[in-house]
Design a protein around this ligand. Sequence first.
Ligand SMILES: [Zn+2]
Ligand SMILES: [Zn+2]
Length: 258
Amino acid sequence: MLIDSHCHLDFPELNADLAGVLSRMRDNGVTHALTISTTLETFPAVRAVAHAHANVWCSAGVHPDVRRDGREATFEELVEMGSDARVVALGETGLDYYRVEGDTGLQRERFRTHIRAARSLGKPLVIHTRNAAEDTLRLMREEGAGEVGGVMHCFTESWEVAQGAMEQGFHISFSGIVTFKNAKDLKEVARRVPLERMLVETDSPYLAPVPHRGKPNQPAFVKHVAEEIAALRGIAFEEVARATTDNFFRLFRHARPA
Ligand SMILES: [Zn+2]
Ligand SMILES: [Zn+2]
């Protein structure tokens, strides 16, 4: 049993052959997946995948770097989206200062609204952070994100940032990046994060792990992430699979295996 805790099954690269994607998951022992919402407009498609497949759950939220020229998702809207029975988390939310020029105030406001909605629903958060670790941890503290907990997804930050998130009760999720040869610091973080705080993910269709690097990613490939972590820690693959699966169902407690 192995779970992909973060993928985007509504994206065309995966959605065009969803049946094939799901059957390759099964063939590779990947039993469940969490498909992640990124925009208001595509949320119905994300939710539809989770309603159509008993082994897929979804999140509700708007990605930090989605530009909004018109209407921004309100607290009430996020609570309404998040109250669906197949929605087990709010996000992906957070801060991404990588490509942004100028004012990042909208991102911070959006992030705060997601944390408030998550607390109101009692559902955990899926947090994305890039070039913004300090502000991310600060807003999590200011808004009391620790009350619902969650996961720092596709983690690429330092051990200190991992500690800062874990102190607030958060889990750390590793993606295919941990298999990249040049990811030395991240491999060290993957050695140090306690197994009971760890999740694995693909963030597919992006970031295919070694040995599929450069090709479209898919949930079945999460096994390469778990294999790499097992090798780094000198433990059995099964131990990583068991721990990350237990963690998934403990954290996303609204997900019940069928
Ligand atoms: Zn992300
Ligand atoms: Zn994502």
